[in-house]
Design a protein around this ligand. Structure first.
Ligand code: GDP
Ligand code: SF4
Ligand code: MG
Length: 397
């Protein structure tokens, strides 16, 4: 099996000439990168478009030449289209409300053979409705069907992303890398772990353990220090470390010790990326500055853990928000896997999601985005309130 890791997700768009493939792609990318034409067969070659598809990540669209027996180049095109399959992680079949025939059916066979998950997107529903029989026949191929119109459906992009999240390959959605992909193999990394009264007895916490393991997997040299030993550790190294990772609470102090030339981030930022989407969460955090007296903020927790005295979702984050905004906010906590009605909130802050997977968090980001409600997470909000977000995310740029 090919490994995806931090590589771009390649999304192949297939279907007959004139089904509206290029129009769909233009709607998704928001740019006129594919030539759209009503003359059958304008897209004679593969048009590629790389973009950051929030909150899914880096993707590369492959807009394939359509297939239509009446066009001369058809045979050559079929071959080209088939070659694209080798680069396709996810496929989209675009068809009209008339449904699919042998060509698309043979594509689905290929997809199944190559284990490429796929979506069937029924376009042009503004011209005609799909009848029930046709729709049911499509369901024999996949349950992941979108009914839309590139011309009139305002929700097209949302529907597309929602369908995509459901079938994202596991190793793309749950990237196993925490920090190892950010630095060259065998690099030296310093981890700053404050041992204060909040530190658990006799051990270090899970995110720190997981980061250490991740760095070991990348053959890195990890040096673990308390913040007071950091200066000494830096001075003792012959060459500067590739990265310093610190607990957010010590970020201010650590950032004064670590020269600007050395990348610095926090454990919570690494985990915000692992369990969500850094860009979407960073964008969401900016809404903190706009909060007004009486605004409702929802803290969304993925599990009903036993709340501790200084609970991050119930005490720490509410306090930070009040300090940062100086406003009287109504902060509510909801726990569990159901996504509640979010319409009354001005900001959603998702927990670290240690007990759930990234796919669930991604769908929640999508729903919030669709309703124009900013969404962020614990790690990003903490960094934002402490004023350290720009430096802590520098390594990802
Ligand atoms: N009415 C309608 N026309 C569409 C829709 N999507 C695409 N078209 C038109 O169909 C024609 C072919 O579209 P294009 O995107 O080039 O198809 P492609 O060959 O599959 O890439 C163009 O004239 C588009 O404007 C749609 O949802 N509704
Ligand atoms: S961060 Fe982990 S423990 Fe805390 S609410 Fe979320 S899933 Fe539960
Ligand atoms: Mg086209």
């Amino acid at each position: 099996m090919k490994t995806l890791k931090s590589m771009r997700l390649h999304i192949g768009i297939f279907g007959k000439t004139n089904a509206g493939k290029s129009s769909i792609l233009n709607r998704i990318t928001g740019q006129d990168i594919s030539i759209v034409s009503d003359i059958a067969g304008t897209t004679t070659d593969v048009v590629e478009k790389s973009m950051e598809l929030l909150p899914i990540g880096p993707v590369n669209f492959l807009d394939t030449a359509g297939i239509n027996d009446s066009t001369e180049l058809s045979k050559e095109r079929i071959e080209k289209t088939m070659k694209i399959l080798n680069r396709t992680d996810i496929a989209v079949i675009v068809c009209t409300p008339d449904g699919i025939d042998d060509y698309e059916k043979s594509l689905t066979e290929k997809f199944n053979e190559l284990k490429i998950p796929f979506i069937i997107l029924v376009n042009k529903t503004d011209i005609s409705k799909i009848n029930e029989e046709t729709l049911n026949s499509l369901k024999d191929f996949t349950k992941n069907i979108i009914l839309t119109s590139a011309h009139t459906d305002k929700d097209l992009v949302f529907k597309f992303k929602e369908a995509l999240v459901k079938i994202l390959p596991e190793d793309f959605v749950n990237s196993p890398k925490i920090a190892g992909d950010l630095i060259p193999e065998k690099s030296t990394v310093i981890l700053v772990v404050p041992i204060d009264k909040e530190a658990p007895k006799g051990r270090i916490i899970m995110p720190q353990v997981q980061t250490l393991r991740d760095l070991l997997d990348s053959n890195c040299i990890s040096i673990v220090v308390k913040e007071n030993e950091l200066k000494n550790a830096l001075e003792n190294l012959k060459t500067p470390p590739s990265l310093v990772i610190t607990d957010s609470q010590a970020f201010k102090q650590v950032s004064e010790i670590v020269p600007d030339s050395i990348p610095l981030t926090s454990f919570s930022i690494l985990f915000a990326r692992l369990k969500g989407d850094l860009k979407a969460f960073s964008k969401g955090a900016k809404a903190i500055d706009k909060l007004q007296d009486g605004d409702r903020v929802l803290i969304l927790e993925s599990c009903t853990h036993h709340a501790i005295e200084d609970d991050i979702g119930r005490v720490k984050i509410p306090n930070l928000l009040k300090q940062k905004t100086g406003k009287n906010l109504i902060i509510e906590n909801i726990a569990g896997h159901d996504f509640p009605d979010i319409s009354k909130y001005k900001l959603i802050i998702h927990c670290g999601a240690c007990m759930t997977n990234r796919r669930e968090v991604l769908s929640r980001i999508l729903i919030a985005n669709k309703q124009n409600i900013p969404i962020s997470n614990y790690g990003i909000v903490i960094s934002y309130c402490l004023g350290i977000l720009p430096r802590a995310t520098g390594i990802f740029n």
